[in-house]
Write a protein that binds this ligand. Sequence first.
Ligand SMILES: Cc1ncc(COP(=O)(O)O)c(C=O)c1O
Length: 391
Amino acid sequence: MSELRRIYLDNAATSWPKPESVYCAVTHAMRELGAPAGRGTYAEASEVERLLRETRHETARLLGVADSRSVIFTANGTDSLNLAIHGMLRPGDHVVTSMAEHNSTLRPLKQAQEHLGVTVTRVPCNGEGLVDPDDIRAAIQPHTKMIALVHVSNVTGAIQPVTEVGKIAVDHQICYLVDAAQSLGHLPFDLDATQADLVAAPGHKGLLGPLGSGILYIHPKRESELMPIRQGGTGTQSETDTQPDTLPDRFESGNHNVPSLLGLRAGIAYLTERGVTTICHHEQQLAERLWQGLREIKGLQIYGPQNALQRAGVVSLSIDGYDPQELALLLDSHHRIQARAGFHCAPLVHKQIGTNQQGGTLRLSVGALTTTAEIDTTVEAIGDIAAAHPF
Ligand SMILES: Cc1ncc(COP(=O)(O)O)c(C=O)c1O
């Protein structure tokens, strides 16, 4: 392995490094506790149960939710979106979504289209990756059941107008699903202002937990409408073969990923202590430094909103004459700078921002523990690569 220090700029995929306390919590869960949640009365099982309750409570607090039972634990962001989409939609429903969505929204919707007779309108975004709330309003039909919108694009970093769209959803009494995969933990998330009925997010990105956890917030008014998509053991009401209808068990069948969730608890404690607003400021400053450094480089294009207030810590770029995959390889092999290349599981947005033909973009994404020095090294390395342009 190279002597160079690893510079990790793929935080949009999963955050790294994690706070030290997260590693400790995972190790403690595996070595000392070694017990399932909600399935035993011995000391370690009771302790796991208590810590899991605290994780749920702290996650709810971060979201500004009073009743922590409204927070469901899942396996990842994709799992949360699947539960929201498949659990809510019925034959004949119509959904409004956008071209900026991740495949974790687009693919469950496609499945619902093909197998459930659901219809879907995907509104476009502009060349900067931003969705216009008027387009969402105009797409509403009498049978529109759901509006599904990503808060921050994992390709352009565009912060979508989730509050304006929330007002539209409330006006039309439509279920509003927000994909907060790239925003929760990165930006202050105001649930009251957003008025979302369902909020889906991974635990392993901005919330700083390990891989293997996700959350879905369910507004009490949607609880009874949302059907579980998995049934099974919950550790509760074991005397019956009927799925419990109490929260959170109704949606949490099967053993929890205890090490991941206890790691998530430590991640959220770190976020709470440092403050999401402080982290947001840190990440936006880094993204701004990156953006300003990159825009000086000849032959380089940056995608996403021109207005810094409309973008988060995800920066997509291309360099004339280079395939994005080649760029990622060069950055890793020569500089040990780790970024992601391609379509980033969001195929439709590339048609909108003009990056389809070139094979997508090179994406750099910062995190709570990224440093200014890492950004400066990255800008320099990309400048060197661009200067060695083959044409
Ligand atoms: C916008 C968006 N939604 C959903 C997901 C899916 O999250 P997970 O990787 O935890 O399944 C991602 C992951 O990259 C994402 O960026």
